[in-house]
Design a protein around this ligand. Structure first.
Ligand code: ADP
Ligand code: ASP
Ligand code: MG
Length: 446
């Protein structure tokens, strides 16, 4: 039995939270590998620093706030002085990075900046594990997590990860609990990369696969995956058991609880995943696995905000072939990932995720201009994607009255249904998003 555990930002936010997590690990001897996020709030500060919008004074203020978050934890430890030296080293490199930024290096430098949070939290957490009596060491994940150079959304080399883990990481797990960083990797040029916001879940799943773990536990601030985001609908309740397919749809369509790619390695290698709260480990959580006992038509509702809808229209598309190939090759060239698509005879509507604070590629003027060589292009912002997740939805009847009749006063901008058995998605104006989720949740689940 070998379990990999991941602790998110709130779980390593302060000393008390870290001690709670340490006790969870201590109570589970099979948990040998632990991936951590940055302490809560740190990555958001780092994103602000990476955006090159601050005066030197503002930069200094933010760096001091980060130092305070970390020092507030280290002050409880006997190794405070040594840890503060490590934190100071990371922050000194951060100061250098924020002052050396130039436009050519932005994406690369942004990743080096964003990676500082996990470097600090992992070092501190390893020391907290020692205080509860665990034989623990901190391992730099960048030695094994090799990626390409797509800064902000780097792609991991899975085979290299497996062989690096076999030679460098797995032997350490025999004798130690190893703490490492989520979210970060290193490319072939020896530069630090990141896997996208919320990427620690994905790191942990990749590591679980690479060390042949028998389980993955994602410890966060809620007691499992809920029927919808509990911050949006207070009537949301935890789901005891959910299939990989359903949970993957939820993650993809914005249920922030899991990074969208988390379940890919878990499904590929059939590793059951547990999601629970590090604040209330005794409260149970959600088990995500291949086969589940119940398969309800409606399982949950997810929402993803800050969506962009691009509509391309060309009369030349009428009875023509090859138009879509041209559109998609432009998008691929700009490394843009399309989420939803609807088509009519002469137009295609495509949605893209454009979250604030992301360092990923956006629909730039260059993309629009290139598409305009082919067709008319309209870009709309301020939309939310609502996904109703469940089972056999493509073959179910009554979706119209169950879903759309209940939100008949809302402007629905686009609907995608039929491709997946596990979801029905639609776009609404951002101002209506939360209300739609609340209303539908109360109709479908309460
Ligand atoms: P972590 O820092 O541990 O990775 P996140 O903030 O990324 O935590 O994810 C946990 C949050 O996800 C919860 O606090 C909750 O608000 C949100 N969330 C969104 N959808 C769901 C859902 N369906 N079930 C549970 N939590 C959800
Ligand atoms: N610290 C990173 C973020 O906030 C990664 C993570 O927490 O999963 O996006
Ligand atoms: Mg998260």
């Amino acid at each position: 039995m070998l379990n990999v555990a991941k602790f998110g930002g709130t779980s390593v936010a302060d000393y008390d939270a870290m001690v709670r997590c340490a006790n969870i690990i201590k109570s589970q001897p099979e948990t040998k590998l632990v991936a951590v996020s940055a302490s809560s709030g740190v990555t958001n500060h780092l994103v602000t620093l990476s955006q090159q919008i601050l005066s030197v004074e503002e930069q200094t203020q933010i760096i001091e706030q980060i130092r305070k978050i970390q020092y507030n934890i280290t002050q409880h430890l006997t190794v405070e002085t040594e840890l503060n030296l490590i934190i100071d080293q990371v922050l000194t490199s951060l100061i250098e990075l924020t002052t050396q930024q130039n436009t050519l290096q932005t994406a690369k430098t942004a990743d080096a900046i964003l990676a500082c949070g996990e470097q600090m939290s992992s070092q501190i957490f390893a020391q907290v594990l020692k205080t509860v009596g665990l034989n623990c060491l901190c391992f730099d994940v960048r030695n094994v997590m090799k990626t390409n150079s797509l800064y902000g959304k780097a792609v991991v080399d899975i085979e290299q990860l497996a062989s690096n883990c076999a030679s460098q990481l797995s032997p350490l797990l025999q004798e130690h609990v190893v703490v490492t960083q989520g979210f970060i990797g290193r490319d072939g040029l020896d530069n630090t990369t990141t896997l996208g916001r919320g990427g620690s879940d994905y790191s942990a799943a990749l590591l679980a696969e690479a060390v042949n773990a028998t389980g993955l536990s994602i410890w966060t601030d809620v007691v499992g995956i809920f029927t919808t985001d509990p911050r949006i609908a207070s009537s949301a309740r935890a789901i005891p058991e959910i299939s990989f397919g359903e949970a993957a749809e939820m993650a993809t369509f914005g249920a922030k609880i899991l990074h969208p790619a988390t379940l890919i390695p878990a499904m590929r290698s059939d590793i059951p995943v547990f999601v629970g709260s590090s604040r209330e480990p005794e409260a149970g959580g959600t088990q995500i696995r291949q086969e589940v006992a119940s398969k309800p038509t409606y399982r949950s509702i997810a929402i993803r905000k800050e969506q962009t809808l691009v509509t391309v229209k060309s009369p030349a598309m009428l009875h023509a072939s090859g138009f879509l190939v041209q559109v998609f090759s432009i998008l691929a060239k700009h490394e843009l990932s399309v989420d939803l698509i609807t088509t009519s005879e002469i137009s295609v509507a495509l949605t893209f995720d454009n979250p604030t604070g992301s360092t990923q590629a956006l629909i730039t003027q260059a993309v629009v201009e290139e598409l305009e060589q082919l067709c008319e292009v309209t870009v709309e912002h301020g939309l939310s994607l609502v996904a109703v997740v469940g089972n056999n939805l493509h073959a179910s009847i009554g979706l119209g009255s169950d879903i759309f009749d209940n939100i008949s006063d809302v402007h629905i901008r686009m609907i995608c249904h039929g491709a997946s058995a596990n979801n029905l998605c639609f776009l609404v104006n951002e101002k209506d998003g939360n209300k739609v989720v609340e209303t539908l949740h109360d109709k479908l689940f309460v």
